[in-house]
Design a protein around this ligand. Structure first.
Ligand SMILES: O=C(O)CCC(=O)C(=O)O
Length: 275
């Protein structure tokens, strides 16, 4: 058994303050690049996501075709489930605990860049099982997060079913570390169904190998500052019926780029009449 962690300190002039568990999550994402957040969803809400996940996956494969999806390595991903999979997926995007943490982590406005159903199949290699950043091909370091991934665990994430691996604090280094560093420092995150695993999008991570006999399902969400283009243009592929203006803005409705100078000038007109 390790010792208790010392509580006393000396020579310290400044200390970060946390008042609640959401603050703790924010502090950890800032410094280690990852944390687990309880979504606050009830068991029946988690069950609704689970049932809807399976129905949506079936329809998705019927629509786009299994052989086509396999050929392009898309068989274990459901793109934009909020747009065709119903309310449980929309509610995940708008989860209030998640949005308040994102509001602390990302300065100013943020929007949804993408939502994907992610399937880690049993006893098989899959597309998310390799180390990557969610802003791929990027090697800059940012003093504050520009993008956050919130991976909702539809099933419990366990060592047996390939819980996600992370390289703590790797969002603070430009290069992908050496093979020996990766094997000595990778951490696998176990999490209960209904949790969000939050990742600074510059943190290196990978799905683990699923040794169990059941698929391990998740729904990832990438939120970014509005300067990033969405993976699939959301306002063009989703009407957002029944959502408030504020909710629609999370989906990026207020950030579609103007098609022309005239269009741009009218957005400025609309803004100046608002104040
Ligand atoms: O399935 C996982 O554990 C990881 C998912 C992932 O890498 C991603 O959403 O970017």
């Amino acid at each position: 058994m390790p010792n208790d962690v010392p509580r006393d300190f000396y020579g310290v002039l400044e200390q970060s303050k946390v008042d609640n568990t959401l603050d703790e999550v924010v502090e950890q994402v800032r410094s280690l690049g990852y944390a687990v957040l309880d979504s606050g969803c009830s068991l029946s809400q988690i069950q609704d996501v689970s049932d809807e996940f399976d129905r949506t996956l079936k329809r998705y494969i019927e629509t786009y075709g299994e052989s086509r999806l396999r050929a392009i390595n898309e068989i274990y991903t459901i793109r934009s489930p909020f747009a065709h999979g119903g309310r449980p997926f929309i509610d995940l995007v708008l989860n209030t605990r998640l949005l308040s943490v994102l509001g602390c982590l990302i300065s100013g406005k943020f929007i949804l860049n993408q939502q994907n159903g992610v399937i880690n199949p049993p006893q098989e290699i899959y597309n998310q099982g390799a180390w990557h950043r969610d802003l791929p091909y990027q090697h800059f370091i940012s003093s504050r997060p520009l993008a956050i991934n919130a991976l909702f665990c539809v099933d419990d994430f366990t060592f047996d079913n390939g819980a996600t691996f992370v390289l703590p604090a790797s969002h603070k280094s430009e290069a992908f570390p050496s093979e020996s560093y990766v094997s000595r420092n990778a951490v696998q995150i176990e999490a209960k169904a209904g949790s969000f695993i939050l990742l600074d999008c510059m943190l290196f991570h990978a799905g683990g190998y699923n040794n169990s006999h059941l698929a391990r399902r998740a729904v990832n969400h990438v939120y970014t500052i509005p300067f990033f283009k969405q993976q699939i243009n959301i306002p063009r592929s989703f009407e957002g019926v029944g959502l408030s203006l504020e909710e629609k803005n999370i989906f990026g409705f207020d950030y579609v780029e103007p098609c022309s100078i005239l269009d741009y000038l009218s957005t400025r007109d609309a803004k100046s009449t608002k104040c």
